[in-house]
Design a protein around this ligand. Structure first.
Ligand code: PMP
Length: 360
């Protein structure tokens, strides 16, 4: 068997130790005689998995007790609608900061539910940077301020937390959650699809301050009403049990590594290796402002678009996959989430150097 270095933006690589454990437990979870997939979600075995995953995620992110942690479905795109349905709370408008493709998707969806003020846009920066907060036009009466903490396509990431006063800050952290410590108390709500740093697609994480729930629009589906989910411990209906089990194994893996400070150090080392090389060659280029570069998604271009296919082919021969940039951006993109080992980035940089020597 050959495991590849998988640079996919998501669904993305999972820690090998987690996959091994899941394989070992596939047919018989801890003497239960069945797979986690086959268990009743109301039975004591699954309930213990559910509770442990919640406790471990709370511990990793140091989630204050006044925040609810919800396991949902519908992905981050679902949250683009679910957030305004729940958080408008009788107000008519919300502020959104546009930093790229995923912000735009959030803005377009929110417009179905209320007025969206685009408080700042990265357009003038060609979406290669985060607009400085001093230039944001925030509305003190907004229901909330929405940001995308890490733009997966553009590779721009906030390395600071916006200050929004009494207006709750909402962040889409789909592609950088658990990559480093975060001060949850600075946010009203954080959401993330699981399929990058958490586990399989199908699970969505929501962390929401208690006082913000219980005000959903009357048309909100019960399964998407934060209050109903919180009151039912994320089991209003059948939760994505197997995805939660795998996420739980990933949380244990992170804890054993030393938690988020430890994974941050690894992530910084990986990103530095790649960006340092990109900065010292004219053959490849990353367009993002240095201060706003993502630790998770690193887009880069080759000197000539004509070399893209050759580059990808050589990468594949060396067992490095999914490096093709998003179709709307072109070029390459290396996603180097938590589960990507340093060796994967070392192999990529070695190959990039080799390719440059041959074609530069
Ligand atoms: N937001 C961001 C930042 C993303 O990277 C993605 C997925 N690539 C989404 C939202 C959409 O997530 P989902 O497919 O889980 O709805």
């Amino acid at each position: 068997m050959t495991r590849v270095f998988n640079f996919s933006a998501g669904p993305a690589a999972l820690p090998e130790a987690v996959l091994h454990q899941a394989a070992n437990e596939m047919l018989d979870w801890q003497g239960s005689g069945m797979s986690v997939m086959e268990m009743s979600h109301r039975g004591k075995d699954y309930l213990s998995i559910h509770a442990q995953a919640q406790a471990d995620l709370r511990e990793l992110l140091n989630i204050p007790s006044r925040y609810k942690l919800l396991f949902m479905q519908g992905g981050a795109v679902g949250q683009n609608a679910i957030v305004p349905m729940n958080l408008l709370r009788g107000r008519s408008a919300a502020d959104y900061v546009n930093t790229g493709e995923w912000s735009k998707r959030s803005i377009a969806e929110a417009r179905k539910y209320g007025t969206v003020n685009v408080a700042a846009s990265g357009e003038a920066l060609k979406f290669a940077g985060i607009p400085k907060q001093a230039a944001w036009q925030l509305d003190p009466n907004a229901a909330y301020v929405h940001i995308c903490a890490n733009e997966t396509l553009g590779g721009v990431e906030y390395h600071w937390t916006p200050v929004t006063g009494d207006v709750p800050l909402v962040a889409d952290m789909s592609s950088n959650i658990l990559s480093q410590p975060v001060d949850v108390s600075r946010y009203g709500l954080i959401y993330a699809g699981a399929q990058k740093n958490i586990g399989p697609a199908g699970l969505t994480i929501v962390i929401v301050r208690e006082d913000l729930i219980g005000h959903a629009l009357p048309v909100t589906p019960s399964a998407f009403d934060y209050k109903e989910l919180a009151d039912n411990d994320s089991m209003l209906n059948t939760p994505p049990t197997y995805a939660i089990y795998i996420a739980g194994l990933v949380f244990q893996w992170l804890k054993a590594l030393g938690g988020l400070p430890a994974i941050e150090a690894r992530n910084r080392a990986k990103a530095a290796l790649l960006y340092d090389y990109l900065d010292q060659t004219a053959f490849y280029a990353n367009p993002v402002d240095r201060a706003d570069r993502s630790l998770m998604n690193v887009p880069f271009r080759l000197q000539s678009e004509a070399l893209n296919e050759l580059f990808l082919q050589g990468a594949q021969e060396r067992h490095m996959l999914q490096l093709k940039g998003h179709r709307s951006v072109g070029g390459m993109r290396a996603s180097i989430y938590n589960a990507m080992p340093l060796e994967g980035v070392q192999a990529l940089v070695a190959y990039m150097k080799e390719f440059e020597a041959r074609h530069g």
